[in-house]
Write a protein that binds this ligand. Structure first.
Ligand SMILES: Cc1ncc(COP(=O)(O)O)c(C=O)c1O
Length: 486
């Protein structure tokens, strides 16, 4: 059974500029057509000669692509009659062609829970004012390339195997030195567990600390990914309000005095940017000590402080082992790095390391070696100094442009720290409506009312400034001002 027009009808997209070899591209596109059902089982593929003419490529490229498909079982040769899509893929094609929606009941309940979580937290849009983005200048980029190739060259037999699930000791040593000096964290390198970022550190903390049904304080408004992780673990997050001094501890004590843990962002509350006052810090620690709860301190953006003395970590204020301090290099350097860490109280360390081991064994050795060298050689400190200056300029450019063009509609809280600011809509305009109007105008803003659970939302726009140079920020801020003026 031949499908005469298939190769002609197919929207071939062959890239000839030399990136991906043509053989790979032909193989990949035929395979995708088989998997999608566009090329059903039993279909005869054009002869290699006809296909080569059709695509304007050497016949040898088609022959190699077909050989790969034959070797992997997507195609089969029939003696004397050519190459066919393998007949035993019929089941696959039938399934792919089905248009019947999968019954909700057929999907396991845990799987159904996932898509329902807050997607506004996805931070993959590269346009201003997407949040969580960073800039990396040419100097860091060069250093990074050099250190990466040096680390790869130095890789020996030992580095190729499994290693300590808590991370390379060189990296943990550098992190401990940095955290003691810059954040007042009390720690030994052995207490540091390298993770794939905050996200994994929070996940491990939840697994180690909480049983299903346990109550947990979360900030309201607060970080949606923590909330989602807690729900997935069948814990019971209890939203506790935030005011100008940060989390209202008295409200937490009233609402859930027996909570097992509190997840907080004390140095730069997400999303408001408020710093937890010293009085509240002491109150929170006192509650944890008396009630036996743990505090998970998410210190995600402390490297970028623009004025005033930094408030040292909450962890450094206590000696009872009730705080898990979580930090990330995905903000200090770049989110694609996927390296963060937790400073874990000694009593919890064996459980924490075991949980990490069971999740994905260990962090990748090569990346850790590069980061360790980057820190040991002083590049990290100078990168932070340069970026801090750059981000401060970007923050000011954003705040000034909004003040000049939209002061009557937006009240901007200029933060002392962090990578985003919040522009409040003072006249009752819905931030969700502005979010979608801005989207239409090509500008990314996050409506902060999405981050409220119980407390009544103060409408505002969360605007990331760290990921965009001034020359992009100023015109985008002007466009945003025009959007809110409508
Ligand atoms: C509150 C908070 N914590 C942590 C992070 C960083 O997460 P990760 O280290 O997993 O990239 C973010 C990123 O947006 C954040 O907003």
């Amino acid at each position: 059974m031949q499908s005469p027009g298939w190769a002609d009808l197919h929207g071939w997209r062959l890239e000839r500029s030399g990136g991906i070899p043509l053989v790979r591209q032909i193989y990949g596109q035929v395979r995708a057509a088989v998997l999608s059902g566009a090329l059903p089982a039993g279909t005869k593929l054009p002869s290699s000669r006809a296909m080569a003419t059709r695509l304007g490529v050497a016949r040898a490229s088609v022959v190699s692509a077909y050989e790969q498909l034959l070797a992997e079982g997507y195609a089969e040769g029939r003696h004397g009659s050519g190459t066919f899509v393998a007949a035993d893929l019929a089941e696959l094609s039938v399934r792919r062609h089905t248009t019947r929606p999968i019954k909700a009941r057929a999907t396991p309940a845990p799987a159904r829970a996932f898509p329902e979580f807050e997607r506004a937290a996805a931070q993959i849009d590269a346009r201003p004012f997407g949040t969580g983005r960073t800039l990396v200048d040419a100097r860091t980029m060069d250093t990074w390339r050099n250190l990466t190739s040096r680390a790869a060259r130095a890789f020996g037999a030992n580095d190729l195997g499994y290693s300590d699930p808590a991370g390379l000791i060189e990296l943990r040593q550098s992190l401990a030195d940095y955290l003691r000096a810059a954040r007042g964290v009390r720690c030994e390198p052995e207490q540091i567990v390298v993770t794939a970022g905050t996200q994994q550190a929070l996940d491990i903390a939840i697994r180690v600390l909480l049983a299903p049904g346990d109550e947990v304080w979360v900030e309201d408004p607060g970080y949606p990914l923590t909330y989602a992780q807690l729900l997935l673990a069948n814990a019971r997050p209890r939203p506790i309000p935030v005011d100008a001094q940060g989390l209202v501890i008295a409200a937490g004590r009233r609402a859930a005095p027996k909570a097992r843990a509190a997840f907080v962002t004390p140095s730069h509350q997400f999303p408001t940017g408020v710093a937890l006052s010293m009085a509240r810090r002491l109150e929170l620690l006192a509650w944890a000590r008396v009630s036996g709860a743990f505090i998970i301190e998410d210190d995600y953006t402390s490297e970028f402080r623009y004025s005033g003395p930094p408030l040292a970590s909450l962890q450094g204020l206590e000696a009872d082992g009730r705080v898990i301090y979580v930090g990330t290099l995905n903000k200090a350097l770049f989110p694609g790095l996927r390296i963060g860490y937790a400073v874990v109280p000694p009593a919890l360390l064996p459980a924490f390391v075991s949980a990490r081991y069971l999740m994905d064994r260990q962090p990748p050795t090569l990346h850790q070696a590069v980061v360790a060298a980057f820190m040991q050689q002083g590049h990290f400190a100078s990168h932070i100094r340069r970026m801090r200056q750059m981000y401060r300029g970007q923050r000011d450019a954003l705040a000034e442009t909004l003040a000049r063009r939209a002061a009557n509609r937006l009240k901007v809280d200029v933060p002392d720290q962090g990578m985003h600011l919040v522009a409040y809509l003072e006249d009752g305009t819905s931030d969700i409506a502005v979010e979608s109007a801005a989207q239409q105008a090509g500008i990314v803003v996050r409506a902060i009312s999405r981050f409220y659970r119980v407390a009544s939302p103060r409408p505002g726009l969360m605007l990331g400034f760290s990921g965009f140079p001034r020359q992009l920020i100023v015109p985008a801020a002007a466009r945003l001002a025009a959007v809110v003026a409508k």
